[in-house]
Design a protein around this ligand. Structure first.
Ligand code: IVH
Length: 709
């Protein structure tokens, strides 16, 4: 039964108790219609009847603002913009999937599983592999509490306000069929329907903005907006397919979990099937691939998952993917077109990339007009030339590639393409590095400088509004910026005469740049474009070194103490910092006097240890190293695995070895157990066993210590 506005007293005439009562009735009713419409595609009322309900709720909330709640269906319009997206750790790591490109690889997967758990346990859930952006949705007591992008799998970006605007995401779970757990973490895929994507791009082109490459990029752009009111205007959908963690409810199978997700009000993937043979997997894959072009959204394969949850735990995961699931990918989409011209582009890192300009062709719903030819060796191997007919492919988010030349009987071909012997941007002779041709001129090469400026000002770096690729190019071409540091000297008067600038935009840009004199250290590190360092690692580096100087001086070993930094990455970072031109550019940049915002220290308990770095070594009598480490960390100290210049104290028990020697060499204060107890008696209280108590042998390894925090 739906009543219309005019039967009702005006919202302002209601007492707060009356308003509360009506709101309590309206919200679940609107939620239900939302769900019927968005998750089940089975609306029961007309759009205008829905609107009437919605307007009534809006009016009630406007008249009684104290009754507005974050889970109200009215709260999907977006909130005030944020300065940056916070990094948030996932409740459970979000792994990715291992891929199979042919049925043999799926057969091997099937055989491994059968061997491990027996034929009886084998039932597979089959789903489309959605080609969007993964998100974690966390509900506490049934209310959406946070939404986090996948990020590096361990930590992602908090996009809660943005996700609230997506109609298919329930703000409050429906408990009418399945009880709502106290805590629920759900994994889903945000995506854009192809038709929505096309119209979004159309609008962008009309507004003079660059169109998105593909629906996936458009999705992740929309998801990561700082202003959720922008996200609210983008046509996003979320399909939920996995219960990552749940309290109090237990499922035996994945398909039960999917049914619960659906009962709670999520939209789930279509055409899910449960099968028990390889032949059925092959058939499912074949059917989906055949229908691929008719689907309303992009998929790039099917996902095969073991249905029973108990054996999943036993099968476990590698560092990257679970052993109980696999993505059976589709062939990338291919089309044939002609190369009009080949040119060479110079990227931010100086790599010269040959690019084919193509006769525009549609590949799986996206128009492609250029494709990468990768590098000198690839180009030689494929021997494609201007005028050739080629097969191109587009695989998901990957830049379109030229796969091969299509032979044309009797056509006279053009000359072989050779890489230029001068950088097309700065004219310096390039050098060959393996298959790549690289301009060695770094910041002095305008193309590289342009790329570096745009990167420095980019969304996940300094986020300087109004300083994109085009403006960066303009600043360099006009000679206003010869190195990154010059950005901070650009004045309004320099900009006003430039094309595309007026007084206001010039002032805004100068102000936006100035404002970034104070910036999170992590963003600054991202902005430097250090090889291999993305936002997650930059965050960890900033948290670990707590300052730019300590980071610049860190040895490869010290870098490796940072979570997520391995030997290859530490060398890449060191190599970058050691490059003279980089060091000089960085010196000049830092001379502008940045005020770095550092990640928050662990809560300062007021103890003397807060912010101090400890290394523990040798056999400690008062407690195991593990327990002492925890005690120190709980009081705000950092405990790392190896001694460096930044170590404040080495606590050395009996038989201390190389770490003691290193601490002495570096002049780090060494405390034996007695001194340590003396210095920290107040904080230690009666912590630790009486002297002479036994020691946990596993903590005795002195050569490596433990791997850090
Ligand atoms: S299951 C631990 N099912 O594909 C694996 N993933 O690398 C749990 N994806 O970004 C993931 N559709 O988010 C699963 N039906 C589906 C999926 C799916 C898309 C995404 C996933 C991840 C990528 C796998």
């Amino acid at each position: 039964m739906t009543r219309t506005d005019h039967d009702l007293p005006g919202p302002a005439d209601l007492t707060i108790a009356e308003a509360r009562k009506e709101i309590a009735r309206l919200r679940p009713e609107i939620d239900r219609h939302n769900r019927l419409y968005h998750a089940e595609s089975a609306p029961e009322i007309s759009d205008s009847a829905y609107d009437a309900l919605f307007q009534r709720l809006l009016a009630l909330e406007a008249a009684h603002p104290s009754l507005v709640a974050t889970d109200s269906p009215t709260q999907r319009v977006g909130a005030d913009p944020l300065d940056s997206l916070p990094n948030i750790e996932h409740a459970v790591p979000m792994l990715s999937l291992d891929s199979a490109h042919d049925i043999d690889a799926v057969r091997r997967f099937d055989e491994r599983l059968r061997k491990a758990i027996g034929d009886d346990g084998i039932r597979y859930v089959l789903e489309p592999k959605l080609d969007g952006a993964s998100v974690e949705l966390v509900y506490v007591d049934g209310v959406l509490e946070r939404a986090v992008t996948r990020g590096n799998g361990r930590v992602g970006e908090g996009v809660t306000e943005n996700v609230r605007t997506i109609a298919t995401v329930p703000l409050r779970l429906d408990d009418s069929e399945v009880a709502v757990p106290r805590f629920l973490s759900v994994r889903g895929e945000a995506l854009m329907y192809l038709a929505d994507f096309e119209s979004l791009n159309q609008r962008r082109i009309e507004a003079g903005e660059p169109p998105y490459q593909n629906p996936r990029n458009a999705t992740s752009g929309a998801l990561r907006q700082l202003d959720s009111r922008v996200t609210a205007q983008r046509p996003l959908t979320v399909l939920a397919f996995d219960v990552l963690a749940v309290d109090g409810v237990s499922f035996e199978t994945d398909s039960e979990g999917l049914r619960a997700l659906s009962a709670w009000g999520f939209r789930t993937p279509e055409r899910v099937e449960v099968v028990d043979s390889l032949a059925e997997i092959a058939a499912y894959h074949g059917r989906f691939e055949a229908d691929r072009d008719a689907l309303e959204y992009e998929i790039d394969g099917v996902v095969v998952k073991l249905d029973s949850l108990a054996p999943r735990a036993a099968l476990g995961s590698t560092a990257h993917h679970p052993r109980w699931a696999i993505a059976y990918k589709f062939e990338p989409r291919k089309e044939i077109t002609r190369i009009d011209r080949i040119f060479v582009s110079v990227g931010r890192t100086g790599v010269l990339t040959p690019v084919a300009l193509l006769r525009p062709v549609e590949v799986g719903g996206v128009t492609v007009s250029r494709a990468s030819l990768h590098n000198r060796e690839e180009l030689e191997r494929k021997d494609v030339r201007e005028g050739d007919l080629v097969r191109i492919q587009r695989a998901g988010d990957v830049i379109p590639q030229v796969v091969e030349r299509v032979h044309e009987e009797g056509r006279e071909r053009g000359a072989r393409f050779v890489m230029p012997d001068a950088c097309p941007s700065c004219g310096i002779a390039p050098v060959e590095k393996g298959p790549f041709t690289v301009c060695p001129n770094h910041f002095a090469c305008p193309a590289q400088l342009k790329g570096r400026i745009a990167h420095f000002a980019g969304r996940s770096a300094l986020d300087i509004e109004g300083l994109g690729g085009e403006t960066a190019a303009l600043l360099v071409d006009q000679g206003l910026v010869r190195e990154l540091a010059d950005l901070f000297d650009v004045r309004e008067d320099d900009l006003v005469p430039l094309e595309g600038f007026a007084e206001l935009s010039a002032r805004n840009l100068v102000r936006a740049i100035e404002a970034r004199g104070r910036v999170e250290l992590a963003r600054f590190l991202v902005g430097l474009g250090i090889p291999e360092v993305g936002f997650a690692v930059a965050g960890d580096l900033a948290a670990h070194f707590h300052g730019i100087d300590a980071f610049r001086e860190a040895s490869p070993e010290e870098l490796e103490e940072v979570h997520g930094v391995g030997p290859k990455m530490s060398l890449a970072i060191r190599g970058f910092l050691d490059d003279e031109r980089v060091a000089a550019a960085l010196d000049n940049l830092l001379a502008r006097g940045f005020d770095f915002i550092l990640p928050e220290e662990p809560e300062d308990s007021g103890a003397r240890w807060a912010g101090q770095t400890f290394v523990l070594t040798g056999t400690l009598e008062m407690s195991s190293r593990g327990a002492l480490k925890k005690l120190l960390q709980d009081s705000g100290a950092r405990v790392t695995g190896s001694v460096s210049k930044r170590t404040d104290f080495l606590v050395a028990g009996a038989n201390a070895g190389s770490k003691l020697a290193k601490a002495q060499a570096l002049g780090v204060e060494v405390l034996d157990e007695a001194r340590f107890r003396e210095r920290f008696a107040a904080e230690l209280g009666d912590f630790g066993a009486p002297p002479g108590a036994s020691v946990d042998r596993s903590d005795l390894d002195m050569s490596n210590g433990d791997p850090g925090q």
